[in-house]
Design a protein around this ligand. Structure first.
Ligand SMILES: Nc1ncnc2c1ncn2[C@@H]1O[C@H](COP(=O)(O)OP(=O)(O)OP(=O)(O)O)[C@@H](O)[C@H]1O
Length: 257
């Protein structure tokens, strides 16, 4: 198959989802969402609180089934969670009883040599700035360091798709900024397709190639913005100010004149 007619990495068509609410009533959450993501593209999805962002991410990552519509990866129907994708959420998923090195080795092929896996784990620990902490336990690390462990644990298995659900929202503002830079630095070295769910418009503007704005629940895509700008980006520039204003307007937040 030639590059031109290669299917998109992720193809989402007419996705809908409702949940059963109290008294058997249905709560419509997703109401016909369509978009494609190209291989290596970084797409951010922003939306108002409670609109269905996490539900959409759970469907995209294969943890939840839609009621209608389709989801395909590389042109093939996507039946459930697959080793092709890794999810990083705000809740964190580091095993507290394992050291940094053991956490990083957890997802690796146990049939490979232990020494090779340990070396690979140490390489990825160094890559996210945790050199010297390979034998530390999670309780000995700060929140930012724990996020680094998670990033390293995601990258070490070389996922084709990274699903990021507000991954840095529990961190303070400075660490949040550091982690964005860290993520961009790693992505420049190892190309992955990234889907980021966030309520932080600046996070999307700083990192994404494209921003999709969701409507309030039941959600659909209300607006799409292309960000054809090189990295590193300045968040304060006339172009960025214009984009921020346009996205915030879509989210119902008018900036004062
Ligand atoms: N498993 C479930 N069962 C019933 N209702 C659910 C379930 N999961 C989510 N919901 C409802 O779906 C709606 C959307 O929730 P979701 O967590 O997807 O929104 P969100 O945009 O990620 O929210 P936030 O911005 O607060 O993180 C909410 O009204 C929520 O109560």
């Amino acid at each position: 198959m030639s590059a031109e007619n290669k299917p998109p990495k992720i193809a989402v068509k007419a996705l809908s989802k409702s949940f059963k609410a109290a008294k058997g009533k249905l709560l419509p959450v997703i109401d016909g969402v369509d978009f494609d993501v190209a291989e290596g593209e970084f797409v951010a999805i922003v939306g108002p609180s409670g609109c269905g962002k996490s539900t959409l991410m759970n469907i995209l990552a294969g943890f939840e089934q839609p009621d209608a519509g389709s989801l395909a990866l590389d042109g093939k129907p996507h039946p459930g969670p697959s080793p092709q994708g890794i999810v990083i959420s705000q809740h964190g998923s580091v095993f507290p009883w394992l050291t940094v090195q053991q956490n990083l080795m957890f997802g690796l092929d146990a049939r490979a040599s232990g020494t090779a896996n340990a070396e690979l784990a140490d390489h990825y620990a160094a890559m996210v700035g945790l050199k010297g902490f390979e034998n530390a336990y999670p309780h000995e690390l700060s929140g930012g360091m724990l996020k680094r462990v998670e990033l390293a644990r995601a990258f070490i298995v070389k996922p084709e798709i990274l699903y990021l659900d507000e991954p840095f929202s529990a961190l303070d503002a400075l660490m949040n900024l550091r982690m964005r830079n860290e993520l961009l630095r790693i992505l420049a070295e190892e190309k992955h397709t990234v889907l980021l769910i966030t309520h932080d418009v600046d996070e999307a503007l700083y990192m994404a190639d494209r921003v999709l704005v969701l409507s309030p629940r039941p959600t659909r895509i209300q607006a799409r913005f292309e960000l054809d700008m090189p990295h590193p980006r300045r968040l304060i520039s006339p172009e960025m100010d214009q984009l921020r204003e346009a996205i915030l307007k879509e989210l119902g937040l008018e900036m004062p004149a």
